[in-house]
Design a protein around this ligand. Structure first.
Ligand SMILES: *[C@@H]1O[C@H](CO)[C@@H](O)[C@H](O)[C@H]1NC(C)=O
Ligand SMILES: *[C@@H]1O[C@H](CO)[C@@H](O)[C@H](O)[C@H]1NC(C)=O
Ligand SMILES: *[C@@H]1O[C@H](CO)[C@@H](O)[C@H](O)[C@H]1NC(C)=O
Length: 206
């Protein structure tokens, strides 16, 4: 009986723990990382062609030891509100595991709390990045690969310093389709040409 009660009690505790501590929220993260990125407000960049460079560093206004748990910095491309509108698959959720704002990983870099040098990065915009308006966000992860802090190139309202990425893959797809259609067309016309020639060659004998 006592054991039974213990099991029930621990199950209850587990459930409570899950509710209270299971969900990591973006709103609970401190903005301790200062991030800069090369694109200017309103600039249009081409995926597969243009690069995004920038810097990140710990904001010096935070007390020493703030970054003691930081192990990795991951830089991500995030959708601006204008590119999330009516698109549930890009929706911002406070619960980090469900948030779809920052779907495109740029780089992961080790964090060294003893190195106070401003860190630089450079990333070629990958071709699979869809055409949209973006900003850059950096997440600091701890040794359990859990988000513990962040920084971003835009303001809290995500309205400043936004840039656009144009996908050229769409044009490539059209070109690919065109070339397939043209080669199919030339094979068919070659066939027709030979057929006509053959018939012409035969007709005098008939
Ligand atoms: C550092 O953080 C403070 C307080 O949040 C902020 O006012 C300041 O703009 C930040 N510095 C930089 C360079 O972003
Ligand atoms: C500090 O970081 C910079 C930039 O990544 C790097 O070049 C430098 O070697 C690092 N310094 C030490 C002592 O690790
Ligand atoms: C971190 O930086 C410090 C000082 O800049 C350096 O002495 C140390 O070797 C670095 N550690 C790693 C793991 O790179």
């Amino acid at each position: 009986m006592a054991a039974h009660k213990l099991v029930v009690a621990s199950l209850l505790l587990c459930c409570l723990a899950e509710i209270c501590y299971g969900k990591d929220l973006f709103s609970s993260l401190k903005r301790t990382i200062d991030v800069t990125a090369s694109p200017k407000q309103g600039q249009v960049l081409l995926s597969g062609v243009d690069k995004i460079s920038g810097t990140w560093a710990l904001n010096k206004t935070f007390p020493a030891g703030t970054d003691s748990s930081y192990k990795t910095i991951k830089l991500k491309l995030c959708y601006a509100p204008i590119s999330q509108k009516d698109r549930a698959w890009r929706k911002t959720e406070d619960e980090l595991s469900r948030d779809k704002t920052c779907q495109h990983k740029m780089l992961a870099m080790p964090y060294n709390a003893s190195n106070k040098t401003v860190q630089t990065f450079e990333w070629l915009i990958q071709r699979d990045v869809p055409q949209a308006t973006y900003f850059v966000r950096a997440y600091a992860f701890d040794s359990n690969d859990k988000e513990v802090a962040y920084g971003q190139t835009t303001n809290a309202g995500k309205s400043t310093n936004l840039f656009e990425i144009n996908a050229i893959s769409g044009r490539h797809a059209t070109l690919d389709i065109c070339s397939v259609v043209f080669s199919a067309f030339s094979v068919v016309s070659l066939g027709v040409f030979f057929y006509i020639e053959k018939r012409k060659g035969k007709s005098p004998k008939q």
